[in-house]
Design a protein around this ligand. Structure first.
Ligand SMILES: *Cc1c(COP(=O)(O)O)cnc(C)c1O
Ligand SMILES: [Zn+2]
Length: 421
C-alpha cells in the first residue's frame, strides 16, 4: 500500500483539526475526534475492479481505513458471509432478509476483530508495545488474541461478573486479565486513568478514533455483497452506539468515492437494538430525547451490550432519527427465544446480542415500523458458543436412552422413510 489518505483527526462537534496521534477528544469542547480522509484522492485511487481483485477480507477497502502502511495485525479479519435467510424470512413473514454473519469472524468470532485489527495495527505504527481495553467480553477476546499474534503485551479490564467463556477466551491468549467489581462504565473510567498513567495504547480510549473506523468494514462488505448497493433497512445491536453510526458512514463513503450504484442518503433506515435491562439509547429514541440518559445498573443476559453510558449515544440517537428508523428493546426471555429461532431456522448460533437484534427486528415488524415487503439486513455480531447459558433453558433436553432400538422408536416423529436396500 502506498501513502495513507488520512489527513489527520477532527472534532465531531466543532470540526477543529488535530494531528494523526493517539488522541480521542477535543481540548476545546471534549467532543470525540474522528479520522479525516482525503476523499477526492481516494476516488482517484480506488475502483470496484481494484477492490474485487483483492482477497475477501476487510483490508480490501484499505484506502478507507486509517492505517499508514500494510496492516500488521489482523490481516485476515472480515470477509464474513451475507446469508440469504429465506427460512427465517418465511417465519417472520418478510420477503427479503439477509444476515451479515460476524459470528464467524476471524479470529475470535465477533465483529470486534474488525475494530481491533485497525487499533492494534495503529498501535504498532505509534510504537506502543503494551495495549489494553475496557470490555464487556468480545473486545477482551479480540484484543488478547490479536495482541498475542502480534507479540504485543495486553492488559484487559472486564466487569468481574462476565460470562466464564468470555474470560477464558481472553486468558488463553496469555493476556493479563483484570476482573473489576463494578459496571462497564466504572471499568472504563479506571482504564482511562491507567492509559494516562502508564502511557499504554487502549484500543477504545486513546486509540478510539482509529479503532472505531474498523466497524465501517462491515458496511463496506454488506454493500459489496449486495452488488454495490444498499438495502432499505438495517437492524444493528447497540452497546456504545458506535457500530450503528459506522455502517451508514461506510455507505456514504462508498457513494462519495464513486463505488455505489445508488445514493444511500435518505434511502436506508437504521434500527437500533438493545436489551431491556440496559437500553439507554433505545429509550431515548422512543421518548424523542436528543440524547440518552445513563443507566446506572445494567441487568441483562446480553452482557456484551451492557454499557449504561454509551460513548456514542448522542450520535446514535441522531443517526437513527435522521435516517427515519427507530429503536426497540427486548426482555431476556425474548432474547433467548430469538437465539433459538435463529438456530433452528438458519443453522446459525449467535450470542445474546444476536438474539437482541433478531427479537427487536421481530418486534419492529409487528409494530409495522419495518415494512414486510422491503429488503432487510440484520447484523449478527457475535457467536453463541460464548454465551451458552443464556439459551440453555429454552432448548429441549436431549433424550437419554439405553442402546436399544425399542427405546429409540417411540422418539421418532412422523412418517418412516422407506428402508434403503
Ligand atoms: C461491542 C458489541 C456490539 C456493539 O458495539 P458498539 O459499537 O459499541 O455499539 C454489538 N454486538 C456485539 C456482540 C458486541 O460485542
Ligand atoms: Zn471540538
Amino acid at each position: 500500500m502506498s501513502d495513507s489518505f488520512v489527513r489527520g483527526l477532527k472534532c465531531r462537534i466543532c470540526g477543529k483539526a488535530y494531528p494523526k496521534e493517539p488522541l480521542n477528544f477535543c481540548t476545546d469542547d471534549f467532543g470525540p475526534l474522528e479520522v479525516d480522509y482525503d476523499y477526492a484522492a481516494i476516488r482517484e485511487a480506488l475502483s470496484r475492479e481494484k477492490i474485487e481483485l483483492r482477497n475477501f477480507n476487510m483490508w480490501r477497502y484499505r484506502e478507507l481505513l486509517p492505517i499508514d502502511g500494510e496492516p500488521t495485525v489482523g490481516a485476515q479479519v472480515g470477509g464474513t458471509p451475507l446469508v440469504p435467510a429465506n427460512r427465517l424470512a418465511r417465519e417472520l413473514g418478510v420477503q427479503q432478509l439477509w444476515l451479515k454473519n460476524d459470528a464467524v469472524n476471524f479470529p475470535t468470532l465477533s465483529f470486534k476483530d474488525r475494530v481491533v485489527s485497525v487499533a492494534l495495527s495503529k498501535a504498532r505504527e505509534f510504537g506502543f508495545t503494551t495495549v489494553g481495553c475496557a470490555s464487556t467480553g468480545n473486545l477482551a477476546n479480540s484484543v488478547a488474541a490479536n495482541a498475542a499474534a502480534a507479540g504485543l503485551n495486553s492488559y484487559i479490564f472486564v466487569p468481574a461478573d462476565l460470562e466464564r467463556a468470555k474470560i477464558l477466551n481472553t486468558s488463553v491468549y496469555g493476556a493479563k486479565v483484570i476482573g473489576v467489581h463494578g459496571t462497564y462504565d466504572q471499568v472504563n473510567r479506571l482504564c482511562t486513568q491507567v492509559a494516562f498513567k502508564y502511557g499504554w495504547g487502549f484500543v477504545n480510549i486513546n486509540l478510539r478514533p482509529f479503532y472505531a473506523e474498523g466497524s465501517k468494514s462491515m458496511g463496506f462488505e454488506i454493500a459489496e455483497q449486495l452488488g454495490w448497493r444498499t438495502p432499505q433497512h438495517v437492524v444493528c445491536p447497540m452497546a456504545g452506539g458506535s457500530l450503528i453510526c459506522k455502517i451508514p458512514k461506510a455507505f456514504d463513503e462508498l457513494h462519495k468515492v464513486g463505488l455505489l450504484k445508488n445514493d444511500p442518503k435518505g434511502s436506508v433506515k437504521f434500527y437500533g437494538a438493545q436489551p431491556a435491562g440496559c437500553s439507554p439509547i433505545s429509550t431515548a429514541v422512543k421518548n424523542g430525547w436528543e440524547t440518552h440518559r445513563p443507566v446506572r445498573k445494567p441487568n441483562t443476559i446480553a452482557k456484551s451490550l451492557a454499557i449504561g453510558d454509551p460513548a456514542d449515544g448522542f450520535f446514535a440517537c441522531k443517526l437513527i432519527r435522521e435516517s427515519g428508523g427507530w429503536a426497540e428493546d427486548v426482555t431476556d426471555a425474548e432474547i433467548a427465544d430469538a437465539m433459538a429461532l435463529l438456530g433452528r431456522t438458519e443453522g446459525i448460533f449467535a450470542e445474546t446480542a444476536g438474539g437482541v437484534t433478531l427479537a427487536v427486528t421481530r418486534k419492529l415488524l409487528e409494530q409495522g415500523r419495518i415494512p414486510k415487503d422491503e429488503e432487510i439486513v440484520i447484523c449478527i455480531t457475535g457467536n453463541g458458543l460464548k454465551t451458552q447459558d443464556a439459551v440453555a433453558e429454552v432448548l429441549e433436553q436431549p433424550a437419554v436412552i439405553n442402546p436399544s432400538l425399542e427405546e429409540f422408536e417411540p422418539l421418532v416423529e412422523g412418517a418412516r422413510e422407506p428402508a434403503l436396500v
